[in-house]
Design a protein around this ligand. Sequence first.
Ligand code: ANZ
Ligand code: ZN
Length: 811
Amino acid sequence: MANYGKHTDLKWQKKWEDSGVFKFVENKEKEKLYVLEMFSYPSGSKLHAGHWFNYGPTDSWARMKKMQGYNVFQPMGFDAFGLPAENFAIKTGIHPMDSTLKNIETMEKQLKEMGAMFNWDHEVVTCAPDYYKWTQWLFTELYKNGLAYRKKAPVNWCPSCNTVLANEQVVDGACERCQTLVVKKDLTQWFFKITKYADELLEDLDKLDWPEKTKSMQKHWIGRSYGSQVSFKVQDKDLDFSVFTTRVDTLFGVSYVVFAPENDMVKELTTPEHQAEVEAYIEQAKMQNEIDRQSLSREKTGVFTGSYAINPVNGRVIPIWVGDYVLNTYGTGIVMAVPAHDERDYEFAKKYELPIERVIEGGDALPYTEVGPMVNSGEFNGLQGDEAKEQVTKWLQDRGQGELKVNYRLRDWLVSRQRYWGAPIPVVYCDHCGEVVLEEKDLPVELPYDVEFAPDGKSPLAKSEAFLHTTCPKCGGPATREADTLDTFVCSSWYYLRYVDNKNADAPFDKEKINTMLPVDKYVGGPEHAVMHLLYARFITKALRDMGYLSFDEPFKSLTHQGLILGPDGQKMSKSKGNTISPDEYITQYGSDVFRMYLMFGFSYAEGGAWSDEGIRSVSRFVDRVERNFHNIRDILHSSSSTEDLRSEDKDLLYWNANAIKGVTEDSEKMQFNTAIARMMELTNALTKYIPMEKHNHEVLKKVTLDFIRILAPFAPHFSEEIWEMFGHEGSVFDESWPAFDEKALVKDEVEIAIQINGKIKERIMIPSDANDEEIKALSLATAAIQKETDGKTVVKVIVIKGRLVNIVVK
Ligand code: ANZ
Ligand code: ZN
């Protein structure tokens, strides 16, 4: 009768807590290992299968590492600020602080039921004043170092959430959270100067053991592009402007230029007879979002301004247009159009009947967008590629009309949010002193509890007179507080630092402590954070390093993304589809180890997949079988007498044991848990065969049993403790060391056979003892001496007498 179940979990969770076996204690003798899972967002009140898939297997990995001798630090906390709690407050009247703390309490309890070895002493909760005091401190430090600034900027505005969104939070032109179409709005906002680190953020990606796809997404997000800036004069006006181009070798083929509708110069360039049309065009462009505007498939539109520019390289007079396929936020917001060699320009020129002239040779059809020799380009004809670009740029540079230029897609990080449930931006505005950033002694700027939540689109802070009115710390005069709060990504950009020293009341962290414990050795979380969170954290680490706080360059050395667990219907789990899996029910029924092992066995960790009830049942049956085996083994070791011989059955069992240790060690290291568990299933099959035998080698059986419990322990921690105890041990199995495997046991036995030719022994060779007739035949014929003997003759027959000899009949 199977005994393992939820009661086992509870028993061991209590024992672990009482004995403090997983408490983190600094230890210079051991190598530290910082294992981090992305902390949870306490918006839904419960832990779901996705949390479990992130935390359970990673905890197993960390447990193996602990047994391998590392001093493992594995903290947990809550990313507790954010929109959902505030929207919930508007809907229900329940204060975000109350709902958040309640959710955290539930989730903590559930996380404890998981039985992970989290270092709860180090917990951080980002909405607690003793945490966000230091988030605000981070803001002030960035400000002092010229990395935080305020400017008026067109921002992505979600009319439904009533807030500004970072570029990263706009997906297909809509708000990532509520799918409402995003509009542009001019507001004065705070920014962090992440662009200062663009090159380093790009180049250091090479140092990281991260999924290639994530690195390439960051690379694309940063979007470094080498090109040239070319300056054009406006005809009959004392005006000039520059364009950014990656194809300066096509400069002779420019047939018009296009300004982004938002470009400040458009007004000046528009002649009176074109004014009405241009203004109307600008108005409609405001309604479009950037993604659509850049889309290749969308029909290009534009209007003529009435002005002309002069191409510096050939003096040609070319019309100046306005078109929304040009973005104001990239390059200079102006494009030199070369219809013969660019798709969008080609389409535009066709539509508006603008000239198309080939200046690059190659291909039959236009547009030809590859590289090739320059043609119709005067003295530059024949040059191509980088050489051509260099020469043309040099020519321009000599005349003060151009230079080499590196351009980035990356923009500064907009951190202002017109919302309540976030860390207040620690700034006051004073009539005398202007913008005053607070000193550490004035932090934290606490969020007032007593505010009004109403669906009026206004931030509760902006309406709170008590919060807004304050005195200026510089002159003591009246001042107004900044009413915006920080993007929650600011909170999560440094939480991995605070964990180490979470109770420090004098500083965000102790420098020495942090530089010993960091960087994080293994970070595990969802791929949805490939850009934002992971890029922001890297930036903050580099900024704090340059301020002298950190002595490392990158926060997360190695990164793994777990896949997604879908509902049984193969669809993403969601309450509305009714296909969610509630871990609690399964844990009550099967115990958390079975739940965890199913997640690890039933899916590839990186891929995830659809939930299956049959899958978890089969893992439960496996655990039952393992348990029965261990009970039987205990009885055997207690009651029967041992054989001293090392028989082939004993060797076979040792083989499967070594095979399991090797497989579990190597596959788990790579987080390939499903194949690791398959190796333990093979060992279980071997034991199931061995146990019913009449005689057992106790020494072998005992070794295999203790090895097996230890490699199973990270996967089924409660169950394994119980079995470990059953075999008479007092301490925790997690204080044991990870078993090594015997390479020799992995080589199956060999036997010597004789090879005859026409009845005469010619050679003796070693073959695996379990080789079949076909394998023996092949091995014999392939032997050098036999090849020589049979050369030029016909093999008539090969007779195999198993285990002893092979007779080859030749003619
Ligand atoms: C002339 C040209 C000729 C271009 C040609 C391309 C091919 P990446 O690689 O992404 O940096 N461009 C520049 N600024 C732009 C803006 N604000 N909005 C839209 N397009 C813009 O792309 C650089 C190229 O994108 C530039 O090189 C420019 O078009 C266009 F045969 O200049 B090219
Ligand atoms: Zn003042």
